[in-house]
Design a protein around this ligand. Structure first.
Ligand code: MG
Length: 249
């Protein structure tokens, strides 16, 4: 057996487990159009099947808002825990927008409006700048102008937003909450003995950072990561979940 299948078999042997995953680039292919992102074939079905096992909690944790993430899983089992905005948006908490979002977003709108393909998305606790559709030669200019604006805005606001440069996106967050915090919280509340987590991007590293020796972190794709295990693409994530289902049944 490989090191990964050993780790998966050990993980499946724990009494209570948490299976958590990012969405974009992890359960969906990393295409040019973020609005068109959908789970790869079999992803939603296997998530639901794993969620219906006893002593298993399944969690989706995404940078997207829940209102954007959940419609992409039209048949999602009701007991799957979904957390949006990198761990800040929870389904049972009143959604109130952070007062600084509009101020930052209107400044970023000005920068983005001059560069075709750049899109500013307002969230509850931050802003996402999407640049997958921007001509390669103009991305550097966009990122430089964005960074300069954010530096200035930080001194005006008297606070420093967290800025993460991901795959085709810049995520600006006004809260310090991370995906790692969210996964740790659900691990605690679900009473799970171990966590299996899949993620492909920079913000997912915050989860790999908080995993313990009993947990299994799986990086999706070739980017640098501190995760101990790796699969090439979302289809292999589905295959791993199918293997887990088999091991738990
Ligand atoms: Mg992702």
């Amino acid at each position: 057996m490989t090191q990964f299948s050993d780790a998966l078999a050990l993980f499946a042997g724990h009494r209570r487990i948490l299976v958590a995953s990012d969405f974009d680039g992890t359960l969906s292919d990393h295409g040019p159009d973020l609005d068109a992102s959908a789970p790869v074939p079999g992803a939603e079905a296997v998530i639901n099947a794993v969620a219906r096992l006893s002593n298993v909690t399944v969690m989706l944790v995404s940078g997207r808002r829940l209102g954007d993430l959940l419609p992409r899983f039209p048949d999602l089992a009701a007991d799957v825990v979904a957390v949006g905005e990198h761990g800040s948006e929870w389904p049972d908490r009143e959604p109130t927008q952070h007062p600084a979002v509009e101020r930052l977003a209107s400044g970023l709108d000005e920068i983005a409006s001059a560069i075709p393909g750049a899109i500013i998305e307002r969230k509850l606790f931050g802003i996402t700048l999407r640049h997958r559709g921007v001509e390669t030669g103009r991305i550097e200019q966009l990122l430089e102008e964005t960074a300069a604006f954010l530096r200035e805005a930080a001194s005006d606001l008297g606070m420093t937003p967290r800025v993460e440069y991901g795959r085709g996106v810049v995520d600006v967050s006004l809260l310090s909450t991370t995906k790692g915090d969210a996964v740790r919280s659900v691990k605690r509340t679900s009473g799970a003995d171990a966590v299996l987590f899949f993620g492909d991007d920079v913000s997912d590293e915050s989860v790999f950072e908080v995993l313990g020796s009993e947990d299994v972190g799986v990086k999706v794709g070739p980017a640098p990561s501190i995760a101990r295990h790796r699969v090439p693409d979302p289809r292999r994530v589905v295959a791993v979940l199918e293997e887990l289902l088999y091991l738990r049944q």
